[in-house]
Ligand binder design. Structure first.
Ligand SMILES: [Mn+2]
Length: 320
């Protein structure tokens, strides 16, 4: 693999760069792509950030997030380099994947150990967030980190660690976060926008959903359901159910949690979480998958039947 120093020297020789976030963009891909764009501009490398999907409303408080381009008719040959940011696989680039494959000078800067090395130049370093890789890269380029860059990078660190709560948090995470604060990152404001603030519609849906959590197997399995009528009654959007499952997992005694979301009439998208049981195997029963402690699947049919099938499948994996 290319070293950070070699990567920094190569990038500084580029004339222009198109940076790509991944599909359904999160704070890490947005923050690290926008920060690198600003850094490259300081060194005279013209740069633009692209994303196949729209930026979630909650990140639009950051000026740079508003400048991310989602519709583009060009073929990117006018850019000397294409850089994928936080994309473990080429398919994550969505509509831009084809142009990326065709371009002769491509980079991938990522922190997923599963990265498939689809670019010509791959810099993959396993850190808690990709923002930490970009932070190290910008520092290596000899660029002074300003408050705007620090904020963008801190957003990445914060969101990919679930607000410094996930298992991926290390001393290095806090060390990088501390330095970003010293460069002007406003952690309180970032946290508020990334995790606290919500629409009235979402607050209403959240309250209703948690009031009606259903428990099975003596409370070891919890099922939170969000049906089409709940979206209609509250006015909340499907993407606003993010974080629901995490709340369910905090309930005492719950070992496996499921969030059953009706996406279309009698079509359910299930998110599964566990404190030990292999929910990847449970999701596989329904043709889904993911990780051992977090996975997902889809079930079609009557709601009660869907919950029934799901609970039966989970019960088989619960140890006595
Ligand atoms: Mn990431």
């Amino acid at each position: 693999m290319i070293t950070l120093f070699e990567l920094s020297q190569k990038l500084l020789k580029e004339k222009s760069a198109a940076l790509f976030c991944h599909a359904r963009p999160d704070g890490d891909t947005i923050g690290s792509a926008c920060a690198l764009k600003l850094a490259l501009k300081v060194k005279g490398v013209a740069a633009q950030v692209f994303c196949t999907d729209p930026v979630p409303e909650k990140y639009l408080f950051l000026e740079e997030a508003n400048k991310i381009i989602t519709e583009y008719s060009g073929n990117f040959s006018e850019f000397s380099a294409l850089i994928a940011i936080d994309n473990a696989e080429i398919t994550r680039l969505g509509d831009f994947a084809e142009a990326f494959i065709k371009h002769k000078n491509t980079y991938s800067i990522d922190h997923h150990s599963s990265n498939t090395r689809y670019a010509k130049i791959n810099y993959v370093e396993s850190r808690s967030s990709n923002a930490e890789n970009v932070f190290a890269l910008i520092s290596e380029m000899g660029i002074a980190i300003d408050a705007e860059m620090a904020n963008l990078l801190a957003l990445g660190v914060m969101t990919d660690t679930g607000g410094f709560r996930h298992k991926n948090v290390s001393a290095q995470t806090f060390y990088d976060a501390a330095r970003l604060i010293s460069f002007g990152a406003d952690m309180n404001n970032l946290y508020f926008h990334a995790f606290t603030r919500q629409s009235k519609e979402r607050a209403k849906l959240f309250g209703k959903t948690m009031t009606d959590i259903r428990y099975f197997n003596g409370g070891r399995i919890a099922v939170a359901s969000v049906l089409l009528k709940d979206f209609k009654n509250t006015g909340a959007k499907q993407e606003e159910t993010e974080g629901f499952i995490d709340f369910v997992m905090g309930v005492d005694g719950v070992e496996v949690g499921a969030c059953v979301m009706e996406t279309d009439s009698n079509k359910f998208k299930i998110s599964l979480r566990s404190k030990g049981v292999d929910v990847n195997a449970i999701a596989a029963v329904f043709g889904g998958g993911g990780h051992r402690l977090a996975s997902g699947c889809k079930i079609t049919g009557d709601y009660e039947e869907a919950v029934d099938r799901l609970v039966v499948a989970i019960s088989k994996y619960l140890e006595d």
